[in-house]
Design a protein around this ligand. Structure first.
Ligand code: NAD
Ligand code: DAU
Length: 338
């Protein structure tokens, strides 16, 4: 199979490329990535001689049409992915996430190429602590500019599948953690803070709940859906990893041998979603997928070790990332209601 992987220099995409090259060497991989601030060519260094890399934009209709015409399938990871950035400046999210998906859909339609769309649980909005987990039929209800653009792109995929017969599948996954994740995101931000001797930063009271999954488990599910999933179907990907943010911070502090209260509460995210939770029964029963990382602390320990061992990978982005948080108005809050 000849595969086009968009966003392959980003966190999940790079891990997907590593997984594919190691486990499916019969697959030819081309990566298309714009190398935004979130893309890092070094994430593909270990496989550089086994893939083709194209530096370009998924919203470039001519480029995308040309590349799609040369492959059998597309896995679309490329996106602006950080909620906080979408609150500061939404336009790149509209351009990359909506127009980029449109460009790919037109190309796969024209060339009759199989398409897998990587999406997020955030399209369903947030849940109260008692509510049932999301399923494939939960109505869309996005909260942030980021999740609204991801929801928009999912709806384009559904329409192109139904109206034009595009052979598409969609997956909606929860919060990933693992190697090669940008230091702007919650877990790598706190790990790299602690490596630098800086206290972790918790938005608001830290009661928000996310459904964590190791990136390798996500990518094994994507591979299964691409090869054995039903065309036209949406699959939720989750590993029963619900944890509140304060517990995650405390697990990271424990792994570093720090006191459980050695963190700072900082300004909360506007519109902050309370809880995400995924019911992945369909994926498990239909495709037989199971997560391998069933113990969060084991996956977290491996991730911490990776950041300790790969400081040259993350260090160049750390100071700018922290400066951006400060310039966006992040402040330590001394009186937070628990
Ligand atoms: P990331 O920000 O780490 O990487 C995104 C990659 O896309 C970068 O390499 C960037 O250069 C590239 N990119 C951005 N705009 C582009 C454009 N216009 N053209 C070409 N390349 C472009 O993101 P991630 O965390 O790896 O997320 C990958 C995908 O998975 C996204 O679609 C995201 O919505 C989805 N997702 C992420 C998570 C998560 O927890 N990180 C969970 C569920 C779904
Ligand atoms: O649910 C899937 C989504 O998970 C993906 O679609 C997104 O691309 C991905 O970024 C992630 O979104 P979140 O907004 O949940 O992830 P983030 O890492 O930004 O934050 C996780 C939680 O931690 C969230 O409740 C905000 C909080 N947080 C975040 C940062 C950066 C903090 O408390 N402190 C922080 O410093």
């Amino acid at each position: 199979m000849r595969l086009l992987v968009t966003g392959g220099a980003g966190f999940i995409g790079a891990n997907f490329v590593h997984h594919t090259v190691s486990n499916h060497p019969e697959t030819t991989v081309t990566v298309l990535d714009a190398l935004t601030y979130a893309g890092n060519r070094a994430s593909l260094d270990p496989v550089a001689d086994r893939i083709d890399f194209v530096h370009g934009d998924v919203a470039d209709l001519d480029l995308v049409d040309d590349l799609v015409g040369r492959v059998d399938a597309v896995v679309h990871f490329a996106a602006e992915s950080h909620n906080d950035n979408s609150l500061a400046e939404p336009w790149p999210f509209v351009q990359s996430n909506i127009i980029g998906t449109y460009a790919l859909l037109q190309a796969v339609r024209r060339h009759d190429v199989r398409y897998h769309h990587v999406s997020t649980d955030e399209v369903y909005g947030d849940l109260s602590p008692q509510a049932q987990a999301f399923t494939e039929t939960t109505p869309y209800n996005p909260s942030s500019p980021y999740s609204a653009t991801k929801a928009s792109s999912d709806l384009l995929v559904r329409a192109w599948s139904r109206s034009f017969g595009v052979r598409a599948t969609i997956s909606n996954c929860g919060n990933n953690y693992g190697p090669y994740q940008h230091v702007e995101k919650f877990i790598p931000r706190q790990i790299t803070n602690l490596i630098d001797g800086v206290r972790p930063r918790l938005y608001g009271a830290g009661h928000q709940i996310r459904d964590w999954i190791h990136v390798d488990d996500h990518n094994r599910a994507v591979w299964e859906i691409l090869h054995r999933g039903r065309v036209g179907q949406t699959y939720l990907i989750g590993a029963d990893g619900e944890l509140d943010n304060k517990s995650v911070v405390r697990s990271i502090l424990a792994a570093f041998g720090w006191d459980p209260d050695d963190f700072d509460h900082v300004t909360d995210r506007p519109g902050h979603d309370r809880r995400y939770a995924i019911d992945a029964s369909l994926l498990r029963s239909e495709l037989g997928w199971q997560p391998r990382y069933v113990d969060f602390r084991t996956g977290l320990a491996a991730t911490i070790q990776w950041y300790r061992d790969n400081e040259s990978w993350w260090r160049p982005a750390k100071a700018d990332t922290e400066r951006a948080y400060r310039e966006a108005g992040e402040r330590i809050c001394f009186a937070v209601r628990d």
